[in-house]
Design a protein. Structure first.
Length: 297
């Protein structure tokens, strides 16, 4: 098959592209910078120069492919609409990548959830994430309204070594760097808030399984465990040789310095269960978050 991937130079998209190439598929990938085009070619990916706002570029690339995987930006609804319209009435596969921050809350470091949400749980998103939830719904409904096999995959906090040009995720490396600066593993407020997590290799496995088996309209959380941010701070502290020292940063500081995006990323609960993925046959076997930190020592 020939796949078109947005975000092919990124952490998720590059890891998926590498796996697809190893399975004998052809891959083209959207890239914003000419400087990265040669690097993609070296990987075996045919670069497509453009941005998520280039309707004609996205349309042509999507229509030339057998399937499209959208990993570039979960908060750019226009690109999802463009890609779906490009594939309308073709029956082709479209996978949209979102993120488990759709279920984030304003707990601000408190533990607010005893039972994980699964794919069928009702939740009311915080206003900042309403647009992302609406985009996910639009993608899923395209399986009925637009005549394509549309699927949404929703990763939780991702960790592990990427297989594309970008080797690291955002949350864990940024927390590690901040912990180095502070001299202790950092958390926010009381740090009791829980976030589910998934290894990048297990996440790529889910994409491959969805490509092969998932019906249109499917929605999959991707998680293989969860931890509080205080527990993550302790793991980071030991990995960095800081003897288990931890330090609380006021949530107000995060909000003032980095806004709502950061608040939801480090001070909320995003506790989910990937029941649909496991029913499909997904069986995560990569190192857990604890094991990952131990391997870094």
């Amino acid at each position: 098959m020939k796949f078109f991937i947005t975000g092919a130079a990124g952490y998720i998209g590059g890891s998926i592209a590498t796996r697809l190439l190893s399975l004998g598929h052809e891959v083209s990938g959207l890239v914003r910078s000419e400087s990265k085009m040669s690097a993609l070619r070296v990987m075996g990916i045919e670069p497509v120069l453009g941005t998520l706002d280039d309707v004609e570029v996205l349309t042509a690339a999507a229509q030339a492919a057998d399937a499209v995987i959208h990993t570039a930006n979960a908060d750019h609804p226009g690109s999802a609409v463009t890609l779906i319209c490009a594939l309308e009435r073709t029956g082709k596969l479209f996978i949209h990548t979102t993120g488990s921050a759709i279920v984030a809350d304003h707990a601000d470091g408190e533990y607010a959830q005893d039972i994980p949400r699964n794919e069928d749980s009702y939740f009311e998103p915080v206003p900042f994430r309403r647009a992302r939830v609406d985009t996910n719904r639009y993608v899923r409904e395209a399986a009925i309204n637009k005549g394509i096999r549309s699927i949404v995959i929703c990763p939780s906090m991702i960790y592990g070594h990427g297989r594309g040009l970008e080797k690291n995720s955002e949350q864990i490396p940024r927390l590690m760097e901040l912990s180095k600066q502070v001299g202790a593993g950092v958390y926010f407020g009381k740090g009791l808030n829980h976030y589910s997590n998934v290894h990048i290799d297990d996440l790529v496995d889910l994409y491959i399984l969805a490509i092969e088996q998932a019906p249109g309209g499917s929605f999959f959380f991707a998680e293989n465990g969860h931890a509080s941010f205080k527990e993550i701070a302790e793991m980071m502290s030991h990995t960095l040789g800081l003897e288990g020292r931890t330090h609380s940063i006021p949530v107000e500081h995060i909000i003032d310095q980095h806004g709502e995006e950061a608040r939801l990323g480090v001070a909320s609960n995003s506790f989910v269960s990937s029941e649909n993925a496991r029913r499909l046959g997904w069986s995560p076997n990569a190192p857990s978050l604890q094991e990952y930190f131990e391997l870094l020592v």
